[in-house]
Design a protein around this ligand. Structure first.
Ligand SMILES: [Cu+2]
Length: 414
């Protein structure tokens, strides 16, 4: 018996040795073909200890902290000196509005200071459908930041002690450290300051990304927003001519996955973390229970409808942090559309519908030529009307019969 086992073990050992040798050769070949090591990113799912969080403003003596599991940056590090740059505080505002900003700013780069405070709060997504939202500054989506290419964004992220959960922020507009996610982990009662340079002009998503399945859990609980990085000389058409906008709106499209009880009713929970287990099951169906614009159903309709005047260029920034969307303006067009969000790309002209990829934002300018009611929606019409992925835009001004006229009103067939 023992002999039989030994007879099996020896060939097995040989096979394992051969496999190991082959693997070593494969790794060596890969290493010579591609000298850049594959980075291994992993984010902690638990609150880091205070010593594990890199200290703001610390110098090279902080190397040990910065090479901890929360930081994949250089092994030596000196703070960047931005003391000579103008500092501006940007007062963030609730969606669908944008903070005060200039469309053109060809001056020196600036440091824009912004402040975001986490707020975990229960919202009523639709009548009878409650959810604990995880928010930046209390809104879904979080506020939009507007800067110019080359500017620095200096964010103070505050997680008040009233929170239950760890949060952070991943800026798709930034470079390094998982979009800042690994440098901004803040537990309840902590704040952190992150500065990054906006080197790519365009519209970009930001979102909370605390690691693992916490990432989609936080994002689908509303913890996402957008930043617009304008070219220094403003938006341009494909020929390079300026395309200024007269007003701007910001839409965050949100998919929610709310758990139901045995009767099919939406469940309600006592606190932010209580729904986690049920939420993970609901999320993994990949079938949203709600798809809305700006937090809850109907936000951009009725009292919240968007307004414009005939003759204006209306800019709409539309972000979707987790899912695709198909914007369309019923009764109009996307006169200029930066479908993938990058302002280094010339805009597409005169589109009927465009696509927003999951985890991105698009910018579109609509020249309003007729008064009346427009519907800005996702042209998956089930998502627009059976869910509520839509906004109403009402324009005032003079009707143009040359563009459209009802030649004969509805009446009996003659
Ligand atoms: Cu979060």
């Amino acid at each position: 018996m023992r002999h039989q086992i030994r007879n099996r073990i020896i060939p097995l050992t040989l096979i394992l040795l051969a496999a190991t040798a082959l693997l070593a050769v494969a790794v060596a070949c890969r290493g010579s073909a591609d000298a850049t090591p594959t980075p291994e990113f992993s984010l902690p799912t638990a609150l880091p200890s205070p010593e594990g969080v890199p200290a703001a403003g610390a110098g090279s003596e902080d190397t040990a902290a910065r090479t901890s599991e929360y930081w994949t940056g250089p092994t030596t590090w000196e703070p960047e000196d931005v003391s000579s740059l103008e500092r501006v505080t940007q007062e963030l505002v609730a969606p669908p509005f944008l903070p005060e900003h200039e469309q053109v700013n060809t001056g020196e780069p600036r440091v824009l200071e912004v402040r975001m405070v986490v707020e975990e709060k229960e919202i009523e997504v639709a009548p009878g459908a409650f959810m604990w939202a995880f928010t930046f500054n209390g809104s879904v989506p979080g506020p939009i930041i507007v800067v110019h290419e080359g500017d620095y964004v200096e964010l103070t992220l505050v997680n008040p002690s009233s929170s239950e959960l760890l949060h952070n922020i991943d800026f798709h507009a930034s470079v390094g450290a998982l979009g800042g996610g690994s440098l901004t982990q803040v537990g309840p009662g902590q704040e952190v300051v992150l500065r990054f340079r906006a080197v790519k002009p365009g519209v970009f998503v930001y979102h909370c990304a605390p690691g693992g399945t916490m990432v989609p859990w936080h994002v689908t609980h509303g913890m996402n927003g957008a930043i617009m990085v304008l070219p220094k000389d403003g938006l341009r058409d494909p020929a390079g001519n300026p395309v200024p906008y007269d007003r701007a709106y910001y839409i965050g499209e949100q998919d929610y996955y709310l758990p139901r009880d045995a009767n099919g009713d939406f469940k309600r929970y006592d606190g932010p973390a209580a729904s986690l287990v049920d939420d993970l099951e609901a999320m993994k169906t990949l079938i949203p229970t709600h798809i809305v614009f700006n937090g809850v159903t109907g936000t951009l309709q009725g009292d919240g409808q968007l307004t414009a005047n005939v003759g204006e260029n209306v800019l709409i920034v539309h972000a979707q942090a987790n899912r695709q969307s198909y914007p369309h303006l019923i009764g109009g067009h996307g006169d200029y559309v930066w479908e993938r969000g990058g302002f280094n790309d010339p805009p597409e002209l005169d589109l009927e519908t465009w696509i927003i990829a999951a985890g991105s934002a698009a910018a579109s300018i609509h020249t309003i030529r007729q008064p009346g009611t427009y519907v800005y929606l996702s042209h998956n019409l089930i998502e627009a009307f059976a869910y509520d992925a839509k906004a109403i835009l009402v324009a005032e001004g003079e009707w143009n019969n040359d563009l459209m006229e009802q030649v004969k009103p509805p009446g009996p067939i003659q």
